[in-house]
Design a protein around this ligand. Structure first.
Ligand SMILES: *Cc1c(COP(=O)(O)O)cnc(C)c1O
Length: 356
């Protein structure tokens, strides 16, 4: 391996995080959400470490087929259902559970020629206003599904817009309760935040994503620091050059950082083309040679620069953790004005990945 940037995936942490979810929702079954190539971790690399899950939830048919081809025989939930009628033969062949959020999908399902009926997740729009039927229409849609030969079991599903806050659960739950009146069906509502923090929302199947990868659904690591979850991904590199700036000298594009006095600066082989956020400002935390310090100046395509003042011993080849166990991805994301989800998903294909 030449360029020193590297992502390592701690598969034991993934298994640990699934156990944290099990403890948080002991009565519920778990859909492990592995959409977006397992939040950037690589579905093929990580799914086996989650194979004690009850099911996998995702939304690309290619990813669902990959799981089947690798030998996963348990349930697979397609979170957005099918996008076009021509996918139905694949849903049938690979036995995929489909979300149903629109009338056009119901029509397509009704008209399809299947070898066997499909399990469906009937999506309730509880206030997110992206996908799903309005609560007042659920009863009639439910009735219709009961009459379709292509439908096996029906589960009620919804997704919270603001599950980090108690108020973000109460109103949608009330809407779901209204929609579900008189309907005997299992329910699946809870994402990571609801799974961790709102037991009332657990019902039959929870759907955690981000928490499995060891980051906070709220964007604040403090919120999960005592939950027992551990980061799965560590992004590392090394110092490849050192500059000593004099007072008034600047570093990097746009001369965005100016030294106040003499200052050692480390150049790290990691940039936005590796998935590190370009908008991370000076002050974003980073670990150099085991010591916390900060990014200084603009992040460029292949490099970023760090303040070596707190770690005078750090030289060429000193190890750098961009995020991982010590530098939480949530903290980097917060500094860059985004969430850990986005950073994980943006890990660039050029970064080599090893699993532990
Ligand atoms: C992404 C997603 C989840 C998981 O959300 P997290 O916040 O990562 O736990 C659950 N349900 C649906 C429908 C989703 O799209």
């Amino acid at each position: 391996m030449s360029r020193p940037v590297l992502a390592t995936l701690d598969l034991a942490a993934l298994g640990n995080n699934l156990q944290v979810v099990r403890r948080a929702a002991p009565a519920a079954k778990v859909w492990s959400v592995v959409k977006a190539n397992a939040y950037g971790h690589g579905l093929d690399r990580i799914w086996r470490a989650l194979s004690s899950t009850d099911g996998f939830a995702l939304l690309n048919i290619e990813e669902a087929i990959l799981l089947r081809e690798r030998g996963w025989k348990g349930p697979i939930l397609m979170l957005e259902g099918f996008f076009h009628a021509d996918e139905l033969p694949l849903f049938d062949k690979y036995r995929l559970t489909t979300s149903l959020h629109s009338n056009w999908q119901i029509k397509v399902l009704q008209d399809a020629h299947l070898q066997a009926p499909l399990d469906v997740y009937l999506k309730i729009n509880s206030g997110m206003n992206r996908l799903g039927f309005m609560p007042e229409h659920i009863h009639s849609v439910w009735q219709k599904l009961q009459g379709l030969t292509n439908v096996a079991t029906v589960t009620l599903m919804s997704h919270f817009a603001e599950a980090e806050r108690a108020e973000g659960i109460a109103r949608p739950l009330a809407r779901i309760e209204l929609a579900a009146e008189g309907i005997e069906a299992p329910r699946s509502l809870a994402n990571s935040a609801a799974t961790l923090w709102h037991p009332k929302s657990h019902f039959d199947w929870v759907r955690p994503g981000i928490v499995l990868y060891g980051a906070s659904p709220s964007g604040l690591w403090q919120d999960v620091a005592n939950s027992g979850i551990r980061p799965v991904m560590t992004l590392r590199s090394e110092i490849i050059a050192i500059q000593t700036l004099k007072a008034g000298e600047t570093v990097g594009y746009g001369c965005r950082y100016c030294a106040q006095g003499e200052q050692r600066i480390g150049v790290v082989a990691c940039g936005y083309a590796d998935g590190y956020p370009r908008i991370a400002p000076s002050g974003t935390p980073v670990l150099v040679d085991g010591v916390r310090t900060t990014v200084v100046g603009a992040v460029s395509m292949d490099m970023l620069t760090v303040d070596l003042t707190p770690c005078p011993q750090a030289g060429i080849g000193a190890p750098v953790e961009l995020w991982g166990n010590e530098i939480k991805i949530d903290d980097v994301a917060a500094a860059a004005g985004t969430v850990g989800y986005e950073l994980m998903c943006a890990l660039a294909p050029r970064v080599p990945v090893v699993t532990l």
